[in-house]
Design a protein around this ligand. Structure first.
Ligand code: GLP
Length: 240
């Protein structure tokens, strides 16, 4: 794993944008895996700026999102489809037909997982953007998820529900289940960028980089990826 240590969140976002842009420029039809959460918001602002101010076009980009809560649809401002539209997709010229995100309100969630998984199997992600949970999760692959997993329904841990409750009015409103891309599918991406900032990520970053490669820290598998880049600020690197 290549580690790029940066001063602060602004530098993290700029570094991520620069890598993102080199992947986008290298292909006439780039396929990008996007993440939600606060970590990539600065990167998404720079992509929007690139479209609005620099006239860059993203019309030939195909997107796959990592995960979605079960039970929230696009009208809920906490759903990940809403997040992506609000922070990125509504502000650039990506073709809505090229946007892929698990459907958290599908009548049959198991069937939806299979649909998403087969879509991923017939695609090839050029760049996957990841954040990392404070417990080392990637996407919603919680500790002890098999490294062999594909898209599946997951019961969120208390730690993740607690962490994500900051986006909700009340912890009771945080969904208990989600659909997530599996670890195998994340590892299939040609390139992976992991974004980590803040002191609350220091332990997870330490476990990912220095701990054993173990299902108890899902992100540790990223050390086995041939082209994974961790971009982390000084606080997130403070235990390394
Ligand atoms: C959520 C998402 C993850 C994200 C993680 C960290 O649980 N499912 O994809 O990486 O939280 O979020 P943040 O970037 O807000 O710290």
């Amino acid at each position: 794993m290549n580690i790029v240590k940066v001063k602060d969140y602004k530098a993290l976002s700029e570094e991520a944008f620069s890598l993102f842009k080199s992947v986008i420029s290298a292909s006439s039809a780039p396929v990008i895996g996007f993440a939600t959460g606060s970590s990539p918001v600065g990167l998404y602002e720079l992509i929007c700026y690139d479209y609005i101010k620099n006239g860059a076009s993203y019309k030939d980009m195909t997107t796959f999102n990592l995960d979605e809560y079960v039970g929230l649809d696009v009208s809920s401002d906490q759903s990940y489809i809403y997040f992506m539209k609000h922070n990125l997709f509504d502000h650039i010229d990506v073709n809505p037909k090229n946007i892929n995100i698990p459907n958290g309100i599908a009548p049959d969630i198991e069937k939806e997982c299979k649909r998403y998984s087969s879509l991923l199997a017939s695609s090839s992600i050029d760049l996957q953007i990841l954040g990392i949970g404070a417990n080392g999760h990637i996407g919603f692959n919680e500790p002890n998820t098999p490294f062999t997993s594909t898209t599946h329904k997951v019961k969120l841990t208390d730690k993740t529900i607690q962490d994500n409750s900051r986006f909700f009015d009340d912890i009771e409103q945080v969904p208990k289940y989600a659909i997530t891309m599996g670890i195998t599918e994340i590892m299939n991406a040609k390139k992976i960028i992991i974004l980590a900032n803040g002191k609350n990520k220091a332990k997870a970053v330490f476990d990912m980089v220095k701990g054993p490669v173990s299902e108890s820290c899902p992100a540790s598998i990223l050390r086995r990826h041939p082209d994974a880049v961790l971009i982390a600020d000084e606080d997130a690197c403070s235990l390394l």
